[in-house]
Design a protein around this ligand. Structure first.
Ligand code: FAD
Length: 425
């Protein structure tokens, strides 16, 4: 059944999964494939979470389409999965085996007649920051979230639904698919278990004053780098620096930007070292002569991911520098950057000039400021404490920073815990 627009005010399922990233999708698929009914609820207009915004994923460096398309197909064809997008959980009452969940379904302003032809966006006069590309470019107020979006349907940014200029889009739609009068709707879901897979967001780099993000054009974050390198990204895959679109000749990766730091995120996000090494390959493929400089406290590449690290060490133009970058300043005129780092073993200070700096910012759980509306134990950083008898069942990066393969394994565990709760009644 998959994409679902409930006509009735009350729906039922065995499990409710909140968050449609790779963790939530995995739990939904696995629940449905053992014969149980599941509601997969996503806050944004489409499924996929942060993974669909990456260019490639380590260790195999395949594009997100690889695994994601298969998962989307399994969701689409399974009559036991019902997907709600643009949905928010407002309230949860009851207990294990018998929950009542109040859900708000927010308006998309575009109905199921949409063929994604794009004519509405072509005539639309309003531009907005493209959040899928972390503000590196603009898109229209009516937009397709991204090329792998499920549902593959346009959506209107609610900030502009009441803008008189949107009428032009309505007139341009040959399918009568735009409805500016669409209203939010409240429904109740009766479920036996709730899995919370609301994932992560990047740490706000503007809080790290000394590293110049938001002040110097050529300081970007690791998530922005993923979009710069993507062929469907703001530069069609050219890794160029924002100030002048110059190709990269020398790039600096700043590890632990705000991580393992009592003033910001005291913990390690586990994926950032590997993510930077992966991003170095994006630069290397496009500009074989470019120099890569990675500044680190210590390199973390758990388990078999060590092979990926060893491979990068064999690259003669990939320089690893032990040192925490304490300060970034801009060179007047060239807009190059000076990275100033202190060797964490010897205390020696080094300075290096680069074209662009990528801050490897860590992962902040979305539950840190939007916890589930049911008493659930969270740790000091806002991650859900796994294995608790109380509250919702956490899955994926809602419980700790994880890579994709560990997220999928964790989501399988959450599926089983949810089925177990359901079987108690
Ligand atoms: C720079 C960087 C690069 C990375 N590269 C790799 C890589 O190459 N290989 C790899 O294995 N891992 C990589 N990772 C890690 C990977 O991104 C995560 O493992 C993955 O995103 C975890 O999936 P998730 O479903 O737990 O969370 P998410 O991807 O964050 O998905 C969570 C979903 O929940 C939704 N949501 C949030 N709040 C709510 C709510 N209240 N209600 C409903 N829905 C909600 C979100 O919109 C989202 O769709 C990288 C991480 C970073 C920081």
């Amino acid at each position: 059944m998959a994409e679902f627009e409930p006509r009735e005010n009350q729906i039922t399922a065995d499990t409710l999964v909140v968050g449609g990233g790779i963790a939530g999708m995995t739990t939904a698929i696995e629940t449905a494939e053992v014969g149980k009914h599941v509601i997969l609820l996503e806050k944004t207009p489409s499924l996929g979470g942060r993974v669909v915004a990456s260019n490639q994923y380590f260790p195999k460096l395949c594009p997100p389409t690889c695994g994601m398309e298969i998962n989307l197909k399994r969701i689409r064809i399974n009559p036991r999965v019902r997907v709600l997008t643009l949905a928010d959980v407002e309230k949860i009452t009851g207990g294990p085996g018998e929950y009542d969940v109040q859900i708000t379904l927010n308006p998309r302003y575009v109905n199921e007649r949409c063929t994604a032809c794009g004519e509405c966006a072509r005539v639309c006069e309003i531009e907005r920051d493209n959040d899928f590309n972390y503000g590196l470019d603009k898109n229209k107020a009516i937009y397709l979230p991204h090329l792998m979006a499920y549902p593959f349907r346009y959506v209107i940014d609610p900030a502009f639904a009441g803008d008189a200029r949107m009428k032009k889009c309505v007139e341009a739609c040959a399918y009568d698919a735009i409805d500016l009068g669409m209203q939010a709707k409240t429904i109740t879901a009766k479920v036996k278990a709730i899995v919370w897979a609301t994932g992560w967001r990047p740490y706000d780099a503007t809080k790290i004053d000394n590293l110049g993000f938001g002040k110097y054009d050529n300081v970007i974050t690791n998530v922005m780098m993923e979009r710069l390198a993507a062929e469907n990204g703001p530069t069609q895959g050219k890794v160029v620096r924002p100030s002048d679109q110059k190709e990269i000749a020398k790039i600096g990766f700043v590890q632990c930007a705000g991580s393992r730091d009592e003033n910001h995120l005291p913990y390690c996000s586990a994926v950032c070292c590997l993510a930077s090494m992966k991003q170095a390959t994006y630069v290397r493929e496009r500009y074989p002569g470019a120099e890569i400089h990675m500044f680190y406290i210590d390199v973390r590449s758990p388990g078999r991911l060590e092979d990926f690290y060893v491979k990068q060490q064999g690259d003669a133009k990939f320089f690893f520098h032990r040192g925490k970058v304490a300060k970034i300043t801009e060179v007047a005129g060239s807009k190059n950057l000076i990275l100033e780092a202190e060797n964490t073993l010897t205390g020696e200070i080094t300075k290096m000039e680069v074209d662009m700096a990528v801050l490897a910012v860590g992962m902040v759980p979305n539950t840190a400021d939007a916890p589930p509306p049911l008493e659930t134990p969270l740790d000091d950083f806002g991650f859900i404490v796994p294995g608790s008898e109380n509250g919702v069942i956490g899955a994926g990066t809602a419980i700790r920073p994880l890579d994709v393969s560990a997220t999928v394994q964790d989501a399988t565990g959450a599926t089983l815990r949810a089925l177990n709760l359901g079987n108690r009644r």
